[in-house]
Design a protein around this ligand. Structure first.
Ligand code: ARG
Length: 727
């Protein structure tokens, strides 16, 4: 009886909502360093059998040592995907869509690994990937006190950022131990806490195996972000080290990495409600976004992204369909853009259908009621929400640049080339500049021009420019548009196509001979009156006119978000608020679970091999099933990976993940690999802003399907032999 009263009074003090929230949900991307702060009894009841020390330890090997962040380049500020070590020879599993770029780079019409898959049957066949890195977390450390001790609220954002750099750079320097490690300091809770992360980064990561896209990307963009799913979204890499075990650039003398830990692989399967945890590097969430931020996303940001990306995809698809070489060349860019495009469509839909704004307004109401009760909190937080509202309002009128800046990100190549002449233009203008300097610059430009025109796709460039200009014209009013549109109206009768024709016929950048002729006798005047330069300066001018408001708005959002989150944490001290994802290692625990996507509709938690055949459509490239896979499925030839004559393909769990977690290990209560996470589900696409307990699921590929493809489909049994199988 006493206990009951105690709980009740706590609930009153801290707010009922929040107490229940911390009891009921699988929400949360937790920092491994703080696993011991979680409700350990609960987690054990759910099925975790490992000790805290076996999960995360900096003194001896632990589970975290089998989890790597994948990046392009060596300084791991962020990771595009996650991978897990599965053998004592540095073998690494990740997603097919994570290795897609790498697979594409090695593909040609003769060796089309995207279409046909790739399998290294011995060590010599494994393909190096200069630039690709795999980072292991050595340790992390709370450096909040050091950083905050020299910051105050009166500082401007720039001053604050400079101070943070000044304080953190010796911290990182020291932690790097003379270049042995890469160290980064990251901000948490929008700048309330700071943590140091120390990584060991390996630079020789080779491609070992990838299924054909008909397995690895089965269902394509149609099934992407959706359940039920039947995708073998996995690829295999291997981490190499110098003979002494340290990181080294690619060399034939390198040897397979001897990892501190590798995950055993369980082919015993799982049941509904079984414990499952995921370790990895989630990139970005906005779980504390306010109702004002949601309005901004729904009405301003998302529509612009969807518009611009949709336009880019159309242009690219036309080119890809027309030419097989271009299909391969653009495959990775296209897949990446399509993924983000569909994400934002889903996010807007989710935000509206799940009325996330009202949920946020509830939180804001509680917040206001709380801070008003007390002078001190009133003083501290009294204008935070108002400031946030004002900051978003300030940015509202600046939606134009969201469109216009897209012209840069849409990769119109002749615009990029023209950018390269900016420095020379400045030199030529200041006549005094020394001649040798100019000569050097010209030589450099000549060199890049050779490379540029060797694979310049002029037809796509033309199409992209005219599609983008048409989009802007459709969506923006004349006073929001750059003044080049006035020229288009006056001189080309408003006809964008004839304007673009004129640009391409006359610019020095759209023709190799014209460009080289210019370089042999460069004149400022030529640059000044070039139609591409005219176009880009017209864009730059209008973007600059919005810049101040946009920057100030963003700064005010960031400043006040820090206070808002700090306020929430002060308001509910008993609630464990996890920090937003920021590409640092996190762990999420939950269970294997089905869901109800809509009224009267139930989705089971696993899919089966027969579902692949149900979806087969030889006329649609997204749903082709290879004859070999089909035969294996029809025969029920699943080997040790099947169960009761069937094979599980994908499964669902309640774990809280986001982009960057792709490729992450799904691990059972014994620390064994049961799957590789690769997606989220359509009904909860607003999940990066508000976790949906009833609806939100992680979609993973069952490890038994992965092994079946390696073994039965590809005949790469030697890779299976490397694993530590739990049968
Ligand atoms: N939606 C997944 C993610 O962002 C990527 C899935 C890739 N598959 C595809 N069909 N494009 O992690």
């Amino acid at each position: 009886m006493k206990k009951y009263i105690f709980v009740l009074s706590l609930a009153i003090v801290f707010g009922l909502n929040s107490l229940f929230a911390s009891l009921r949900t699988d929400e949360g991307m937790w920092l491994p360093m703080f696993v011991e702060r979680l409700n350990w009894t609960d987690i054990q009841k759910m099925g975790l059998q490992l000790t805290i020390d076996e999960l995360y330890s900096i003194n001896h090997s632990s589970l975290k040592d089998a989890v790597v962040g994948l990046a392009e380049g060596s300084a791991p500020n962020g990771f595009f995907c996650t991978g897990e070590i599965v053998s004592d020879k540095g073998l690494l599993f990740t997603n097919h869509h994570c290795a897609y770029d790498v697979i594409q780079r090695h593909s040609s019409i003769q060796h089309d690994y995207l279409t046909d898959g790739f399998w290294a049957m011995n060590a010599e066949d494994e393909i190096p990937n200069p630039g690709l890195t795999a980072s292991f977390l050595v340790r992390m450390e709370d450096v909040t006190e050091q950083v905050l001790s020299e910051l105050d609220d009166e500082m401007t954002i720039e001053k604050r950022a400079a101070k943070i750099r000044e304080i953190t750079s010796p911290i990182k320097e020291k932690a790097s131990e003379d270049g042995k490690y890469d160290a980064v300091v990251k901000s948490f809770y929008d700048g309330s806490e700071y943590y140091l992360f120390v990584y060991q980064t390996f630079k020789d990561v080779r491609l070992v195996g990838a299924p054909p896209s008909s397995i690895g990307k089965f269902g394509g963009d149609t099934d992407n972000w959706m359940w039920p799913r039947h995708t073998g979204d996995f690829a295999i890499l291997r981490v190499y080290s110098a003979p002494d075990g340290s990181p080294a650039d690619y060399s034939k003398d390198n040897v397979p990495l001897k990892p501190k830990h590798h995950l055993p692989v369980s082919i015993k399967g799982y049941e509904k409600d079984d414990y499952a945890m995921i370790w990895g590097f989630p990139g970005n969430t906005e779980r504390y976004l306010t109702s004002y931020g949601i309005d901004f996303a729904i009405n301003q940001k998302n529509p612009a992204i969807i518009d611009v990306f949709g336009t880019m995809l159309d242009v690219m698809k036309t080119q890809m369909d027309a030419d097989p070489a271009i299909r391969i060349e653009l495959a990775s860019d296209h897949a990446g853009i399509a993924n983000v495009w569909k994400y934002f469509i889903g996010q807007t839909r989710g935000l509206k259908r799940l009325d996330v704004k009202s949920k946020k307004e509830e939180i804001e109401k509680d917040f206001i009621n709380w801070y008003k009760k007390n002078d001190e909190t009133n003083e501290k937080y009294g204008n935070v929400l108002q400031n946030l509202q004002a900051a978003y309002q300030q940015m509202e009128g600046t939606i134009t640049p969201f469109y216009l800046i897209a012209i840069g990100s849409s990769n119109i190549e002749c615009l990029n080339l023209s950018m390269q002449t900016v420095v020379m233009e400045e030199m030529l203008e200041k006549k005094k500049e020394n001649k040798a300097q100019i000569e050097l610059t010209i030589d450099a430009l000549k060199e890049t021009s050779e490379e540029f025109y060797s694979d310049y796709n002029i037809s796509m460039d033309r199409d992209m420019l005219s599609s983008m200009l048409s989009l802007f014209k459709k969506r923006l009013s004349l006073n929001q548009l750059p003044d080049i549109f006035a020229t288009i109206n006056a001189k080309f009768n408003g006809d964008i196509n004839s304007y673009v024709d004129y640009v391409f016929k006359n610019s020095i950048f759209t023709d190799k001979d014209r460009y080289n002729k210019f370089l042999s006798n460069p004149k400022v005047k030529t640059l000044k009156k070039d139609p591409i330069n005219e176009l880009s300066s017209s864009f730059n001018k209008i973007i600059a006119s919005y810049q101040a408001n946009l920057a100030e708005g963003q700064q005010n959002v960031s400043l006040n978000m820090r206070k808002f989150i700090a306020g929430l944490r002060e308001m509910n001290p008993s609630v464990k608020y996890y920090p937003d994802a920021n590409s640092s290692m996190r762990f999420t625990y939950g269970t294997i679970k089905d869901y109800y996507p809509a009224d009267a509709v139930h989705y089971d938690y696993i899919t089966h091999a027969k579902g692949i055949l149900e979806k087969e459509d030889p006329t649609n490239e997204e749903f082709i099933v290879s004859p070999k896979l089909k035969e294996l499925i029809k025969k029920g030839d699943f080997g040790i990976y099947g169960k009761d004559g069937d094979l599980v393909i994908n499964f669902l769990s309640t774990n809280d993940i986001t982009g960057g977690n792709s490729g992450s290990p799904v691990i059972n209560g014994k620390g064994e690999l049961i799957g590789i996470a690769f997606d989220g589900n359509w009904e909860a696409m607003s999940g990066d802003i508000a976790f949906e307990n009833e609806l939100q699921r992680t979609i993973s590929v069952d490890i038994r399907y992965v092994l079946f493809v390696i073994d039965k489909y590809a005949g790469a049994k030697h890779l299976i032999d490397e694993l530590t199988l739990v049968k």
